[in-house]
Design a protein around this ligand. Structure first.
Ligand SMILES: CC(C)(COP(=O)(O)OP(=O)(O)OC[C@H]1O[C@@H](n2cnc3c(N)ncnc32)[C@H](O)[C@@H]1OP(=O)(O)O)[C@@H](O)C(=O)NCCC(=O)NCCS
Length: 104
């Protein structure tokens, strides 16, 4: 399965502000917060949503999905013992991500 998500960055920013930090604490891992640019965070959010869609929507929470980047900046996702290939892009007010499970 593959998944895709598109984030409207101003709305994402509004949700972060309204949560008073709760969204960052519950949905993001500390290691995902090293780069605080809003477009970067929106890309990670889109990647998590894309992984959740690729997994079939039910049973996976945002905090269950860990997004990491290799030394070249290429992202990937892990959920428990499963890995997902990720691609993220952002421009202007939008961030988008796609995810596909890596078959072992
Ligand atoms: C890195 C690159 C692919 C980003 O593309 P872009 O059109 O400028 O920007 P996009 O918004 O489409 O994509 C940005 C996202 O791509 C992802 N990305 C970064 N490096 C990547 C890579 N090597 N491979 C795959 N994805 C990468 C990240 O998720 C990044 O989001 P972030 O900036 O929030 O971390 C592009 O700048 C490029 O090809 N550069 C040439 C190679 C380069 O400079 N590499 C740098 C490391 S040596």
């Amino acid at each position: 399965m593959i998944g895709i998500d598109l984030v409207f960055i101003p709305e994402f920013q509004r949700q972060l502000d309204a949560s008073g930090g709760a969204v960052l604490e519950t949905a993001f891992h500390v290691s995902e917060l090293g780069d605080k640019r809003i477009e970067h965070l929106a890309g990670i959010w889109a990647a998590k949503e894309a992984v959740i869609k690729a997994r079939g929507i039910e049973g996976t929470r945002f905090g269950d999905v860990l997004i990491s980047h290799d030394d070249y900046g290429m992202p990937r996702a892990t959920v428990a013992d499963q890995s997902y290939a990720i691609s993220i892009s952002h421009h202007g007010e939008y961030a988008v991500a796609v995810a596909q499970k890596i078959l072992s």
